[in-house]
Design a protein around this ligand. Structure first.
Ligand SMILES: [Zn+2]
Length: 432
């Protein structure tokens, strides 16, 4: 194939050949790009780059990474590289086999590919890089490859990242459960929520104590002992595991989860009341009220604000529940744990007299976990309430975007890939 001429200001012309570009973006010490050719000159769909080993270079044993005497040469093999202008690019190379004194007869190690992969390492990282921005299906379609190839590329990127990530210095973590698929299938997610580093640390299937224990096994005893804050919801198995595995850490019941429970209780009161009113012939009053009651007042639309002030005229059960919730928000503004405790106790007493069963249930559970809630005031500053919520939303977005992932393996990989802040190897040229 001919090179493309470029004019320098000096007037000299340098031919840019494919070989020159390849040597610029990805140079190999012991191998040379011999030439580029069309795989089929008629269709011009695929470029093949022939690679040869340098004459004086020793082959490296893939078993032990040491130079070893040659044994024989295998037939040519094709390795897919990053496509160029929608033209597929393959490296073509006949692998040598070595007779290694340690490993016996082994195929050589080449720098552009690992193991039995058909894709070059660069191409795999290229696909994985795009898979952070686009769905796996779109990546496959865009670059003319298969869904399987994208999946495997992301999988290998995640494996590499997990093996090379730094787990030192983790002080604050949050554990959360997320429902996935239909029915009662859950994932346990553990995030690092330190001020300087927020990322997904670990994923497990189900939300049992056994699942969560596996996180601590992964983290190791030493690092678990160095945790200072752990956020969680009120899910019993999590509480138990935290008490057992990181008793030195301040265990904080997460504000986000408490308010989430509160919203659920209000919803319950409202739904029950709406049913009752419908039966009594007053169904109009509570219509379109759901979001008025669940949103914070400052987030309401004008229409919702009007609706809310209308609702406040009636002594509805829903409104009493709503006012209790809004009042409870004040708790988070306290600076001193003592005052917060006083407020919390007073709120619980008031709520227990409210005759609103879903709200009373909340009050009872807040009393049970009083200490863990008040820990929030000790952790204030170190743990901000919004972090877990933010990460939780990202997880939901990612699982939704990856519609069609039916296996746990795929969901695990995509979450690590998108939220794990995993490291990548250094490349002299970034292709994506
Ligand atoms: Zn060897």
């Amino acid at each position: 194939m001919n090179g493309v001429g470029t004019h320098h200001p000096s007037g000299a012309t340098t031919a840019v050949q494919l070989k020159t570009i390849l040597n610029h973006v990805q140079r190999h010490k012991s191998f040379v790009y011999k030439k580029a050719r069309w795989a089929d000159p008629q269709t011009k769909r695929t470029i093949e780059i022939l690679i040869e080993s340098r004459a004086n270079s020793h082959a490296i044993c893939s078993g032990c990474d040491c130079p070893a005497p040659g044994y024989d040469r295998q037939p040519e093999r094709r390795f897919e590289f990053v496509p160029l202008w929608q033209i597929a690019v393959y490296f073509v190379y006949a692998m040598r086999r070595v007779e290694c004194p340690r490993c016996g007869v082994k195929v050589e190690k080449v720098p552009w590919c690992e193991g039995k992969n058909q894709l070059t390492t660069t191409y795999r990282w290229f696909l994985a890089g795009w898979a952070k921005r686009l769905s796996w299906k779109t990546v496959a379609e865009t670059f003319g490859t298969t869904w399987q190839n994208v999946f495997r590329s992301v999988q290998q990127a995640v494996c590499w990242g997990l093996a090379h990530r730094d787990l030192e210095g983790i002080e604050a973590v949050g554990v959360d459960e997320v429902q996935w698929q239909k029915g009662h299938k859950y994932l346990t997610l553990v995030y690092q929520i330190d001020a300087g580093c927020k990322r997904l640390l670990w994923i497990g299937q189900d939300r049992t104590a056994k699942t969560f224990l596996r996180f601590f096994r992964m983290l190791g005893k030493e690092r678990s002992r160095r945790l200072r804050f752990i956020c969680s919801d009120m899910w019993k198995p999590y509480l138990k595991v935290i008490a057992k595995k990181a008793s030195q850490a301040i265990h904080v019941l997460d504000r986000f989860h408490i308010m989430q429970k509160m919203s659920k209780a209000i919803d319950e009161v409202r739904a029950g009341e709406a049913r009752q009113m419908k039966a009594d012939g007053y169904e109009e009053i509570l219509k379109h009220s759901r979001w008025c009651l669940l949103k914070r007042p400052e987030n309401l639309t004008d229409k919702q604000t009007v609706k809310l002030s209308e609702l406040l005229k009636y002594n509805l059960r829903s409104m009493r529940a709503y006012l209790l919730k809004e009042d409870f928000q004040r708790l988070w503004e306290y600076v001193r744990p003592g005052w917060a405790a006083k407020f919390l106790d007073e709120w619980c007493t008031r709520t227990m007299r409210s005759q609103l069963e879903p709200m009373k249930k909340i009050a009872r559970s807040l009393r049970t976990h009083r200490e863990l809630i008040l820990n929030w005031f000790q952790a204030k500053g170190a743990v901000s309430g919004g972090i877990v919520e933010g990460l939780n939303n990202k997880v939901k977005l990612t699982t939704r975007k990856s519609y069609g992932f039916r296996t746990y393996e795929a969901i695990e990989i995509t979450l690590y890939h998108n939220l794990g802040a995993l490291p990548e190897p250094e490349f002299t040229h970034r292709f994506w």
